[in-house]
Each structure stands twice: as structure tokens, then as C-alpha cells.
Design a protein around this ligand. Sequence first.
Ligand code: MG
Ligand code: ZN
Length: 385
Amino acid sequence: MKHLFLLSLLSLLVFGCTPTAQTTLSTPAPTTPPPPPAPTAPTYTPFEQMINKKPKNIILMVGDGMGLGQISAGMYMNGNKLSLEEFHYIGLHKCYAADDLITDSAAAATSFACGIKTYNGAIGVDVNKKPVKTILEYAEEKGLATGLVTTSTIVHATPASFIAHQEQRKMYEEIAADFMNTEVDLFIGGGKNYFDKRTDNQNLLDQLRDKGYQVNTFLETELADLSPGEKNLAYLTSNTDPLPVARGRNYLPLASEIACEFMDGRSDKGFFLMIEGAQIDWGGHANDTDYIVTEMADFDKAINKVLEYAKMDGETLVIVTADHETGGFAIQKGSEMGKMEGAFTSDYHTGTMIPVFAYGPGSKAFKGIYENTAIFDKMMEAFGF
Ligand code: MG
Ligand code: ZN
């Protein structure tokens, strides 16, 4: 029955549209103007059009402590879907440090930023404590715009390793001072106290203003009310550590969106932007499944904002990975879609390989298994540095 109906519908369509049928029309064609075009849907760049190009921009997104267990739990608690499923190529990296099979966030981020294995605690320095140029500094030197966004303090190990050079990650005031040696176009994160409540009584926020930055903090301006202009932009989201998302922090997706818009077209050479979901790691350290999945959901929203930008732009390589896994987290028997029974083997980081998700031009290079330092090499090659 259904087939017969379809057949007759098809013949109607075919014969109704033949030229002979039209020439027999005796009435003049209607003169009513054509209907206005439907509102245009966003025009995404097709895969074939972007995949063999060189990227102009790179956005590296780091989910601190985000192993496959965390990603899976985040997915099953989010209606069995994540933005990560839209990525083109997937690989794995080996995350060990120079002095320890179990890396910390400082050594791991220094591997991404500088392309070297170093010791745990190192911020942008090698095993001999010598500064090594970071990809952010290379990008700046080549005239690209640069930016950092995080849900930890901006001086915390992950963002710090891209912009600072210090022997130990806890040297927060020294790391904040290193921001004065750069021309980073944008940074958004916590840790205002390390800039203006310092033991040396310097006010680095005033120094940033003197350097020509637009400086705002959570105390007087909501991120949503920010109106970025031509100036470099610094926005401090908290005095010390930002809150967990479950306790009211909500800025990462918006900050990611603002950062993409701000960086877009800021330099005709392109941009390098690092965005961190910092507290997935803190959920792992706390052996707190709810903390992990709420931070995963927040990070995935940020990924979605970045992907929306990259899909439209067509010249942006997006890489999502983690520095290491935290907690030895596993999804246990008794879990269901929307209900996670998590178990942990550790309150520290573990040594499991870490997935890498890559989208857009240059993404093909990220398939396979490689060292965490190769992420730096692949980004440098993608930029043509
Ligand atoms: Mg971190
Ligand atoms: Zn950690």
C-alpha cells in the first residue's frame, strides 16, 4: 500500500513538472513577487573544505584531570552525548613527566607549551630549570593574538606554563609578575590577589592598565556586561580559586565565547588560545563523582561554544585533551544512564594514556599514539612555525 502511494505521488511529481505540461498552460504566469528568502541558517564550513587547509588559529582546550572515565561519566550524565563526539580525529598521548611516570599539571602543561618533558612542578622551564620558549610566546613573536582562559587562578600550573617561567608551580606571585613580560591579548581567570594583594606591595593590575590593558574584575563588572574594545583584556573572576560550578561559578562557556569573538580578526596572522576546565581534576582529588560530572558538563558547554565558532570560521584547529587523569576514576556496577556510581583508586593523578580530540584544519595530525610533547610539535607545524 505504502509503495503504491509513493509511486503515484512520484508519478504526479514527475509528470506534473515536465516541460510539455508547462507549455500547455494558457494563463499568464502569476506576477506576485517571490516570497522573501527564509532566514539564513548558520553556514558551517564543510569538512572537505577545511580538512586539507592549514589552520590560521589554534584553540587548545585542556580538561585538567579528564581521563576516559571522566569523559564517559560526563557523557552518560548528559543524556548520552557530548560535543566531543563531533571531533574529526582522535588520538592518545603518553603523559608521563621527566622525573616521574605520574605527571603533575605543571610538567604536563609545560610539555604542551614547550615541547619538552620536564620535572613535576616546573613552569615553562626544562629539567635544568632553564626557561623554554612557549607556543604562546612563539605566537606572540610571530604577530598572532594570544589568550588564556581558565576556571582556576590564572597563575595556576596549567595556564602559567604557557606564559611564565618559574622553578616551582607554587610561586604564584612570581608567575603573576611574568604576565607583565608578555603582551598576551586576553586572559580570564581567578587569582586577583596575586596581582594586587602582593607581599611586594606592587599592584600589577595598575601596571597592566599602564601597559594599555582594559582590566576588569568580578568585584565591579559581570563578565556578561563586559564590553571589550581595542585594548588587551584582563578579567579576574575571583580573589583566589574560583568556585566549583556546582556552587555558583558559571563563566567558562561565556568566557570561551567572548574569547573566540575577541580573538577573531584581532591579528590577520591568526591567534593561539588556551582554554582550561581546571576543576575536573579537583573533583578527582576529592574523589567526588558529582564534582567531576558537573565540571565535565561545564567544560563540554565551553567546547560547544568553541566548536560553534570553529564551524563558522573554517580556519580554526580545535584540540581538546587533558594533562593527565585524576583519581583513577571508574564507572562502577550499579551505574545507569543519568546515575553514576564512581569508584577511585587514588586521590592523586594516574598514569593512563590520555585522549586527544581534534577538529578542523590540521586535525588529521592528531590521530595515533604519541608523547604529550608531540602536541606542541603538531601545533607548531600546523602554524608553520
Ligand atoms: Mg590545571
Ligand atoms: Zn591535580
